[in-house]
Design a protein around this ligand. Structure first.
Ligand SMILES: *Cc1c(COP(=O)(O)O)cnc(C)c1O
Length: 406
């Protein structure tokens, strides 16, 4: 096993490639994949010591696996978090955080613009266990403050939000949480640590759907929770007993994905910004929602807390007869030939979707309206194709709205 250890104070790109490196007796250069359910011991006494927690080491891959640990350590190094626990999916990470840390009578304040399935967890499951959730508008700090109760334990948000790209001021929200004795939980899926570091801004827990940009090529599901040792101990104990563990194979894919994360996020963001700026000048595009545009209401907050503006933007369309409805949006989507028509994102392949009839299809009308998910809204997640090809593809959509050459 190598005796060479990494020096202190390394840059982020170095950590992405080097942190959590597993050294083996076989001296493999690429990170090894430990695809094994269990581990063996030298003696009965050693087995007993491992199970008692008196000797560190691996036991069973539901809660201890070297490849999963390598992913956790590399992601923790990038987020600047004390520790990390990996999960089978982003939803498993979110649910585990709530169930490990909360009890009946506790209260959550959450942005109303969170991943749709997170809202289902609030409504259908947390409610059942006596945990109440108050929804507020992400950018409205007054509303967050007003929603706080003596029983509030967690503040929960995603920023920028999906699909409207609203931005929450993480440092200000951390202040509100801590004044009320609560923890701030940030789902950092859209920015990743390459663009935004919630821990540095005062957040207590960070959540990831690794399925998206950490993988970056649309292959595996996974998730993670990061934060301080005390909370993470509870969350790891929950994982050990309830079992939504990350597959070592998926962890290995994510370990390799993290190596190119900052390059990819910069490239996604540069393409998204160029397309957002261009779309703003085009006929048939009523509005572009992207926090990289000066026209965006929280552009300054985004500039302050993000390194770049990320891959996701949305636009409101209107056809040449003035109709700004579902038919116009669908015509635009169906005219593209490169963008994949799918609600997924976090891929090298650009995707296009109609939130009102897909991701938000089951959301009640009133809540859809409050979240700004209108019938003429289209969401784009920009991949890594040539930006000219993507622009030409969106121009096909604009022509389908009845506008001529552009
Ligand atoms: C996809 C997603 C999730 C859920 O992650 P899964 O890995 O699909 O379970 C949570 N939060 C955000 C912001 C997401 O985009």
């Amino acid at each position: 096993m190598s005796k060479r250890s990494l020096p202190e104070g390394l840059g982020e790109e170095t950590l992405a490639v080097r942190a959590g490196q597993l050294a083996t007796d076989q001296q493999s250069h690429s990170e090894p994949l430990f695809l094994t359910s269990s581990f063996i011991y030298e003696s009965a006494a050693q087995a007993a010591a491992r199970f008692a927690g008196d000797e560190p080491g691996y036991i069973y891959s539901r809660f201890t696996n070297p490849t999963v640990r390598a992913f956790e350590q590399r992601l923790a190094a990038l987020e600047g978090a004390e520790d990390c626990v990996a999960f089978a999916s982003g939803m498993a990470a979110i649910t585990a955080t709530f169930l490990a840390l909360l009890q009946p009578g506790d209260h959550i304040v959450s942005s109303r613009s969170v991943f749709g399935t997170t809202n289902v967890v609030f409504d259908r499951y947390l409610k059942k266990f006596g945990i109440e959730v108050t929804l507020v508008d992400l950018p409205d700090l007054t509303a967050w403050r007003a929603a706080m109760r003596p029983t509030t334990r967690l503040l929960f948000l995603e920023t920028p939000s999906n699909p409207r790209a609203e931005v929450g001021d993480i440092a200000a929200l951390a202040g509100i949480a801590h004044e009320g004795g609560a923890l701030l939980v940030v789902d950092n899926c859209f920015c990743t640590p390459a663009l935004q570091k919630p821990v540095e801004l005062g957040a207590d827990l960070i959540i990831h759907s690794a399925t998206k940009y950490l993988d970056g090529q649309g292959r595996c599901l996974g998730g993670a929770v990061l934060g301080g040792a005390a909370e993470l101990r509870e969350i790891h104990a929950f994982l050990r007993s309830t079992g939504a563990c990350l597959s070592p194979f998926n962890a290995w894919v994510f370990v390799k994905g993290l190596e190119t994360l900052s390059l990819r996020m910069e490239a996604h963001s540069a393409r998204a910004l160029a397309l957002a700026q261009w779309l703003e000048t085009q006929p048939g595009i009523r509005r572009v929602h992207y926090c990289g545009l000066p026209s965006h209401p929280q552009h300054e907050v985004a500039r302050r807390q993000q390194k770049a503006f990320g891959p996701v933007l949305s636009l409101e369309v209107e056809d040449s007869d003035g109709r700004a409805d579902r038919q116009a949006a669908w015509r635009f989507i169906d005219a593209t030939r490169i963008f994949s028509i799918t609600a997924n994102l976090g891929d090298t392949k650009s995707t296009i979707t109609h939130p009102a009839s897909t991701t938000h299809g089951r959301v009640p009308e009133e809540e859809k309206r409050r979240a700004g998910v209108s019938e003429n809204l289209i969401r784009l997640a920009i991949g890594l194709e040539a930006v000219e090809d993507l622009r030409a593809d969106l121009a096909r959509g604009i022509r389908a709205l009845g506008y001529g050459e552009n």
